[in-house]
Design a protein around this ligand. Structure first.
Ligand SMILES: *Cc1c(COP(=O)(O)O)cnc(C)c1O
Length: 390
């Protein structure tokens, strides 16, 4: 007998996995208005505060006035607009690759690129903690999915040996892991990819704009920007805009134009969004960009330090600061009580993270003040104590 939809919803609730939307009024700044109350936002990926930066807004408005509101079709259908090509040149210069291709989102990039590069008879080696859009891309590809334990290079080496000679091999990893805030082991991955003749794809959604002296991401920070075959990143997080890029060789770009279904069968980004992304990339390279990154890193160490001092278990070194709580129901109660006090932090539960690894995923912004973060850490500690987490 088929399950009714209300029964399925009830089942989701009983598991403590029910999701609902929370309304925010106004713009996505460090403080937002929720139900008429000022609330500190501690769960946004708008790490540098560029989502409401005047330079990006001006670029977007100007593009609407010059170019209108829509691109009208896929770039393969009604012609590719010059502004998309300008953004691709800027991305390939930024990432020091031969070429780049713009996608409509990070999700569309991963779900389009992987099936374009591998198919039946090929193997994808994927870190266990990779983002869902990578997993979906692999499932769409019909290639064999081989998951390796998080950042476990020895296990990956053994698995690459085991599948040696089985078609094309692609290693894919997050650059900065989105739920743990730690970084891929680049040097080891690159030596494995060379040894096993595999391609390396890195999704740096949380590193782009934030890490490295030029803000070029986690690969720049690790000194290996030239050794990655496919860089993926989003414009929707630190870059304060929307859409995504792949930075790669000319041959790979051509392959994607011919094979990536999310590129071929979807209307391309509107000019205003592309213009905002161009303005963001420019800003990242300026003194202002450097100052914002410095502030973000200082805020992240301050906040992480306060949480560790309070006795919480956390990971990583970046602006993503998880507080490990374990149980899904307790996590959601924690998040609810924080919201009552004017602090918005998302609880993250399975299937986003493994069973028993639920957490509050706190993200720090360059636009938080030290006082904001001290207050937040103090409230988190008080509620954490009352819930028996510390
Ligand atoms: C957010 C995220 C994506 C999706 O990017 P969007 O542009 O938001 O669709 C892909 N990969 C990772 C690792 C992410 O964190």
């Amino acid at each position: 007998m088929q399950q009714s939809i209300p029964d399925e919803l009830q089942h989701i609730r009983e598991q403590g996995l029910y999701r609902s939307l929370r309304s925010v009024q106004g713009r996505q700044s460090a403080k937002v208005e929720m139900a008429g109350r000022e609330t500190l936002l501690l769960c946004s990926n708008n790490y540098l505060g560029l989502a409401d930066h005047p330079a990006l807004a001006r670029a977007a408005v100007d593009a609407v006035e010059r170019l209108g509101t829509s691109s009208g079709a896929s770039r393969l259908v009604s012609g590719t607009m010059e502004i998309h090509e300008l953004l691709e040149s800027a991305v390939s210069a930024f990432k020091q690759t031969e070429a780049a291709l713009i996608f409509n989102s990070g999700y569309a990039a991963n779900s389009g690129i992987i099936p374009a590069v591998v198919g039946r008879g090929d193997v994808v080696f994927s870190d266990r903690l990779n983002h869902a859009s990578i997993v979906d891309g692999i499932l769409l590809s019909s290639a064999k999915l081989v998951r390796y334990p998080h950042n476990d290079i020895q296990a990956l080496d053994r698995l690459l040996d085991k599948y040696r000679g089985t078609g094309r091999c692609l290693i894919v990893t997050d650059g900065v892991f989105s739920m743990d805030g730690d970084i891929a082991l680049y040097a080891e991955l690159i030596s494995l990819k060379q040894h096993h003749d595999a391609l390396l794809m890195v999704d740096d959604a949380h590193g782009c704009g934030v890490l490295g002296t030029g803000g070029k991401g986690s690969a720049e920070m690790c000194g290996v920007i030239k050794d990655v075959d496919i860089h993926v990143g989003t414009f929707g997080k630190a870059l304060g805009s929307y859409g995504a890029y792949a930075a790669l060789s000319l041959d790979l770009r051509e392959l994607l134009i011919n094979r990536a279904r999310s590129f071929i069968f979807s209307t391309s980004l509107p000019p205003a969004v592309v213009a905002a992304s161009l303005a963001a990339l420019e800003l990242i390279g300026t003194e202002e960009g450097r100052e914002l990154r410095k502030k973000l890193h200082a805020n992240a160490s301050l906040f992480r330090g306060l949480l560790v001092e309070a006795g919480f278990h956390t990971y990583g070194t970046t602006q993503i600061v998880p507080i490990i709580t374990g149980d899904a129901t307790v996590t959601m109660e924690f998040s609810r009580q924080l919201l009552d006090e004017g602090l918005f932090v998302q609880g993250i539960r399975p299937p986003t993270v493994p069973q028993g690894a639920s957490r509050l995923r706190c993200t720090v912004m360059a636009t938080h003040s030290a006082d904001d973060l001290a207050w937040a850490a103090e409230r988190i500690a008080a509620i954490g104590k009352s819930l028996g987490i510390i």
